[in-house]
Design a protein around this ligand. Sequence first.
Ligand code: NAP
Ligand code: MG
Length: 477
Amino acid sequence: MQDCKRNLIGGEWVSPQTFSENRNPANPDEVIGLYARAEADDVARAVEAAKIAQPGWAAASPQLRSDVLRRAGDMLLARNDEMGRLLAREEGKTLAEATGEALRAAQLFHFFSGEAVRNPGEKLTSIRDGVEVDVMREPLGVVGLITPWNFPIAIPVWKTAPALAAGNAVVLKPADLTPGCAHLLAEILVEAGCPKGVFNLVMGSGSVIGKALVEHPDIAAISFTGSERVGRGIAMGCAQGLKKVQLEMGGKNPMVVLADADLDLAVNACLNGAFFSTGQRCTASSRLIVEDRIHDAFVDRMRQAMAGLRIGDPLDEAVQIGPVVSEGQLAGNLDYVRLAADEGCEVVGGERLNRAGYFQNPALFVGATNRMRSSREEIFGPCASVIRVADFDEALAVANDTSFGLSSGICTASLKHATAFRRKSKAGMVMVNLPTAGVDYHVPFGGRGASSLGGREQGRIAMDFYTAVKTAYVFAG
Ligand code: NAP
Ligand code: MG
């Protein structure tokens, strides 16, 4: 228990009753570290500490909040290599992807450092004589943040930074599989001068401490990223407690490839979107919707490209695709590979690699239809269905025929079709001649349908969720 990484509660690193081993999915014998497991009463203590600290943080000059966030961004930049290596070891992304994600986290801190001093209001004339109206935004209080394992530093930061910028106090519960990045984030926030109790970290099981956060009466809002199943439960818990809630959930994102597309560009966009980051991105392209005239040539090119992908240890710089995050996730992926074959698809690749670690060859489900379960349910692994369509109209209809609506894409040289797709796609983010995954940090991120609920994240719009509107009427006499 000596070297155990502890929870941060009220500015103190608190020794736990129990801890768990954080293991490397590329090499499950390697223990990265021992991490504390919080219990429900640790959550209660963290919320209490946050409740005490929050009014002072909200009342302080916005310059203080801006400075803390800027310093946190600077420190993340200075420790980019350390954070990237830790991320690659605990989650399995390649080192390039992991250091890229750590860089993104630093950029997010810097962006919201600016937002901390920009709290725009609105001043209007009233319809009543001599009265002025002004509309301002205030912090919510204590917010609970619940995050998934697949972006273990970027997502905690894209929630924490706007929450703190707006003057809230935070209790963060990171995914059980990836506590390391969140712990390093907590260390950085302490060093950056974040006052005691303003940022609290509770690591442990979602069903225990995630639930305790959602149910705590002093939590004003929950921002959650994760699966649709858990998201639905959290939404119900928040409705019960009348809490503000923001959910970012899954996807079954379509990538349309029209016959007039640049084939090199389309194959690269599909490979990247479907398989990079081991397909473990909510914005991954999992339905490749291909026009009949180009279908067979596209599948041939994908087969060739997939055969050349380098899968292996994420710390090896030549590697393009790392392991699946866990044994359980890999077993789920392999079940879907079998399901796709049972449903009548020709499966290209998809098998587990014969080596230690949770490695899987990327899988293409050729001959899929959009009605198959393998085309409708989120797999969250390196698996993509190829669906043949007659023309643009059918492609658009198939792309929109999903319960999700996070990201969508089209590869085409036609301005007419690109424009029609951009306008008619029922997704929160639309990509033209770009992979469905890969976004900027200064613009809204989010989706529709079963993908998202509540306000958007990232960009200036993120501040909406973390603030309450106050309308003031003043009669000057
Ligand atoms: P998950 O199983 O839903 O878990 C997400 C978080 O919720 C984890 O911290 C988890 O804790 C916690 N949790 C679990 N049960 C809970 C409960 N009953 N009450 C409160 N919290 C609970 O998702 P995941 O497997 O980590 O991540 C994969 C999912 O995230 C995919 O569906 C993916 O599409 C989605 N995702 C969405 C976005 C987006 O922005 N739209 C981005 C990335 C990922 P434990 O770790 O302890 O289980
Ligand atoms: Mg999970």
